[in-house]
Design a protein around this ligand. Sequence first.
Ligand SMILES: *[C@@H]1O[C@H](CO)[C@@H](O)[C@H](O)[C@H]1NC(C)=O
Ligand SMILES: *[C@@H]1O[C@H](CO)[C@@H](O)[C@H](O)[C@H]1NC(C)=O
Length: 478
Amino acid sequence: MGWGDLGAFGEPSKETPNLDQMASEGMLFLDFYTANPLCSPSRAALLTGRLPVRNGFYTTNAHARNAYTPQDIVGGIPDSELLLPELLKKAGYVNKIIGKWHLGHRPQFHPLKHGFDEWFGSPNCHFGPFDNRALPNIPVYRDWEMIGRYYEDFKIDLKTGESNLTQIYLQEALDFISKQQASRQPFFLYWAIDATHAPVYASERFLGTSQRGLYGDAVREIDDSIGKILNHLQKLGISENTFVFFTSDNGAALISAPKQGFLCGKQTTFEGGMREPAIAWWPGHIPAGGVSHQLGNVMDLFSTGLSLAGLQPPSDRQIDGIDLLPAILQGKLIDRPIFYYRGNEMMAVRVGLYKAHYWTWSNSWEEYSKGIDFCPGQNVSGVTTHTQEEHTTLPLLFHLGRDPGEKYPLSFASDEYQGAMERISLIVQQHRATMVPGEPQLNVCDRAVMNWSPPGCEKLGKCLTPPKSDPKKCFWPH
Ligand SMILES: *[C@@H]1O[C@H](CO)[C@@H](O)[C@H](O)[C@H]1NC(C)=O
Ligand SMILES: *[C@@H]1O[C@H](CO)[C@@H](O)[C@H](O)[C@H]1NC(C)=O
């Protein structure tokens, strides 16, 4: 989802009454970011509190390329990374992931090996249907084992856009919360639904109900589900004991989503690719109707989650997330930069209201000429470039307060440019000097590692024979 999908953020159709109410009862973050313009790396960052370039969720196959975990990816979340649920366990939390995991699908990367106690959902995107010969259909797991495959056992109708998956994920969430409340055990629920990811889907009750097309129907169903989850917490009497945070893992994908207002969308390090809707909710603790200008990042949910559980972040590694509780509970503003990475390159940095681009790229001319456009209808000369442009000696500088659309770079000769860049350069120098990149996990692909025979396939008669191993460098076009 993108920043511009919510009524609370000004979307004119006002189709997200539940999220808007969540915001009016809690705190809206206007300057909240994901750690990457793409799903897998930002999810790895959320769960580890570390930039993808540190936790290994990036590629060095080419410069500044977005990489994720398709079915043929060999890598995944390294054992050396400490995930939020792994740490929360020490404080007695029971952890469940519902929906898309995306941190690798080979056995060693299974979420139950990385701190989660329960899982309902899938390791990969719901692409398909596939023929189970060249490509297997993606499995859906319950805990350790697969219980079916997308399109076979979990239907998505590509013609009508109908699927019941969000309803299934909602029921899973309500049941888990009830169970935890009954056993009086603290819990962490990572509700990682994916209805707004292509192919976009919604259930029958929502199909055709939005002014914004099928994508809007999917947003409405997510909104409705979040309302039901919050109501459930209230009904069970645990809302004042439960911290809820809503956000997204990348900007809206403009192939399926309506325009969002910011420059470009998913895959880019412009605001549309990484600035996210974000709401914190905790009745009785967070003052209702709050608005925060704190620069936030999904990685902060790691540090904030630990803080809520009374735990310290690990001290043997660099953690990029910060504890947001002082911003949420006391209205403090914590000075910190936001780094915008694409693969192995720091493309931009935000410090206060200034954003400096050290590299610009939307996608290649070759991709663009095939109709792949991450900035549809937008062309800011010298900014949304189709060749990778280096600006490291003289970064392009925008003031996001006056120019949130990144259209009017400040003049290099201005005092404002000189003053802002003095400060930003020091922060970037220090970031670069202390950066120790992790071992890249997203370099090698092999068809043999696809979801041919996930655990549990025998019971269902759904085991497929993998082809011979043939590891190759993954190709990441943008
Ligand atoms: C969704 O669930 C309804 C009610 O059980 C069922 O009639 C419908 O066929 C399901 N749709 C899909 C696409 O699975
Ligand atoms: C964007 O505008 C610039 C300058 O006018 C032009 O050179 C470039 O080809 C345009 N890009 C696209 C994708 O149209």
